[in-house]
Ligand binder design. Structure first.
Ligand code: BES
Ligand code: MN
Ligand code: ZN
Length: 499
């Protein structure tokens, strides 16, 4: 069961809470208007423990008085901007939740009275509670038992009376999107043995059959149909695997006529062995996550009806497995693509951009207003930006701005990277229109993005390289454990809502 979240303006609703959480600014100042004795006690406790209210930190301590058993403080920093305060809340609360679980407690309250950004912070509380409440336990009984013993069941958010409506609305929005994040995480965490291209297609079908309105539909192309549709580069990547490929096209069209059409394209390599350009064992270990872009797309579509969008949204996934075999595509092969451009395969491990070339051309063909692709595309992007920050590339500055803003609001790291025209020559081939890897050792995330750009024509397009933040092999942020993060679902939902 996932955590239940209540927004209230009644102090009496706090009574079940075992832990009372209050945010503090960088001067150990608490705005909630607590009784003086409580305020003094918390202040003294912070001094004693050397807690200065540092941004994103959280501290738990035993209560002295009756009532709840514990108090906790969370640092939001001094005068930090709104998005930063929200992220401080997510990180601080996630740390506190970690302690709460270890202590075997399950109910906490967060006191947001007296804060002008209470609605933002309430949303952040809900996000942190849901993100840190996620666990992937399907494959282990002992993990399931541990989860049953250690999980937060209830979070009560206390706000001033006049903030309650907005805060409750924001929390509802978060809760609506969060099940999509959970779905994305579980699809990525599932082993590639299970999460085949066919399974992704079945998931897309389930999403549509579970939908309540007639606003959703899905079209699945098998190999033959994909060939007819001209997706031959995609099919070349798929050839080495025993698991047949599936090309997935989801559509959400709201009842009221939409003014804009947006295509979301997710990289869907269910396992990336590298193909004949085989990866070394240690690089292959986590490659079940190479469908994280597809998972984010499916996660988004699983909640899209609840977002009350005014846009028509399409989700495109070219799902296949990159495997070596006697049937596999080879270095040196020259591939036809849907766009008509040909690709020389220099390295079968640069497979994502080949499948995306066809998926993007397919999307561009229906002349949408915007295409956004999410792809675990390059290790080079992780070299450039580390594990928590995604790379953003775009041929449209306005679009880039909007996506960056949505990511910032969601607390998902994203940096805008350039596509310098002089790098275009690095993709030139002596036998085809393009080569699938750059002739330089440097700037691999950029040249990969510039490769994709060749297939979107004049459509406003953004590419998000999520190789880093889609999956953590170490706990890199307090509200995620090890494994999939569901990166992209929350910013996409925000971006679409703002249109
Ligand atoms: N799926 C990988 C990229 C990746 C690496 C994602 C690490 C997540 C973590 C992609 O298909 C790939 O193999 N890229 C190569 C490109 C190279 C052959 C030009 C890479 O990054 O090494
Ligand atoms: Mn690869
Ligand atoms: Zn890949």
């Amino acid at each position: 069961m996932s955590v239940s979240i209540l927004v209230t303006d009644k102090k009496s609703d706090l009574s079940p809470a075992q832990v009372n959480v209050v945010p503090v600014d960088g001067k150990r100042k608490i705005k909630a208007g607590l009784p003086k004795a409580t305020d003094d006690f918390l202040r003294a406790s912070m001094v004693e423990r050397g807690f200065k209210g540092e941004w994103g930190s959280g501290l738990l301590f035993l209560a002295k008085s009756r009532g709840s058993q514990y108090w906790s403080v969370i640092g939001l920093g001094i005068e930090s901007g709104e998005a930063k305060r929200s992220e401080g809340m997510r990180r601080g609360l996630a740390q506190v939740i970690g302690d709460v679980k270890r202590y075997g407690l399950d109910t906490l309250s967060v006191d947001l009275r007296g804060l002008s950004d209470a609605a933002d912070l309430a949303a952040a509380v809900a996000e942190a509670a849901r993100l840190s409440g996620y666990s992937f336990v399907e494959y282990s009984k002992s993990l399931r038992q541990k989860q049953a013993k250690q999980s937060v069941r209830k979070v009560i958010i206390l706000v001033d009376m006049d903030a309650k409506g907005e805060a409750a609305g924001r929390v509802r929005e978060v809760v609506n999107v969060m099940s999509g994040v959970d779905l994305a995480r579980s699809l990525v965490n599932s082993p590639a043995e299970e999460m085949s291209p066919q399974k992704l297609a079945e998931t897309a079908k389930e999403i549509v059959s579970n939908s309540k309105s007639k606003e959703m539909s899905v079209e699945i192309l098998d190999e033959k149909q994909a060939e007819k549709a001209g997706l031959s580069a995609f099919l070349a990547v798929a050839k080495g695997s025993e698991n047949p490929p599936r090309f997935i096209h989801l559509t959400y069209s709201p009842k009221e006529k939409a003014e804009k059409r947006v295509f979301i394209v997710g990289k869907g390599i269910t396992f990336d062995s590298g193909g004949l350009s085989l990866k070394p064992a240690n690089y292959m270990e986590t490659m079940k996550m190479d469908m994280a872009g597809a998972a984010a797309t499916l996660g988004l579509f699983s909640v899209i009806e609840k977002l009350a969008l005014k846009v028509e949204v399409h989700g495109i996934i070219a799902a296949c497995e990159n495997m070596p075999s006697g049937k596999a595509y080879r270095p040196g092969d020259i591939l036809a693509t849907k766009s008509g451009k040909t690709i020389e395969v220099a390295n079968t491990d640069a497979e994502g951009r080949i499948t995306l070339a066809d998926a993007l051309a397919y999307a561009a063909e229906s002349k949408p207003d915007v295409i956004i692709d999410l792809a675990t595309l390059t290790g080079a992007c992780m070299v450039a930006l580390g594990e928590t920050v995604a790379g953003l590339f775009s041929n449209d500055d306005e679009l880039a701005k909007k996506i960056l803003a949505a990511a910032g609001e969601a607390g998902e790291g994203m940096a805008h990277l350039p596509m310098p025209e002089e790098y275009r020559t690095l993709l030139e081939s002596s036998v085809a229109d393009l080569r699938n890897i750059s002739s330089s050792d440097y700037g691999g995330a950029i040249t990969a993005a510039m490769f994709l750009r060749e297939f979107v024509g004049k459509v406003a397009w953004a590419h998000v390289d999520i190789a880093g933040p889609a999956f953590f092999t170490h706990g890199r942020l307090p509200y995620y454990g090890v494994g999939a993060t569901g990166y992209g679902v929350r910013p996409l939902a925000l971006y679409l809502k703002r249109i």
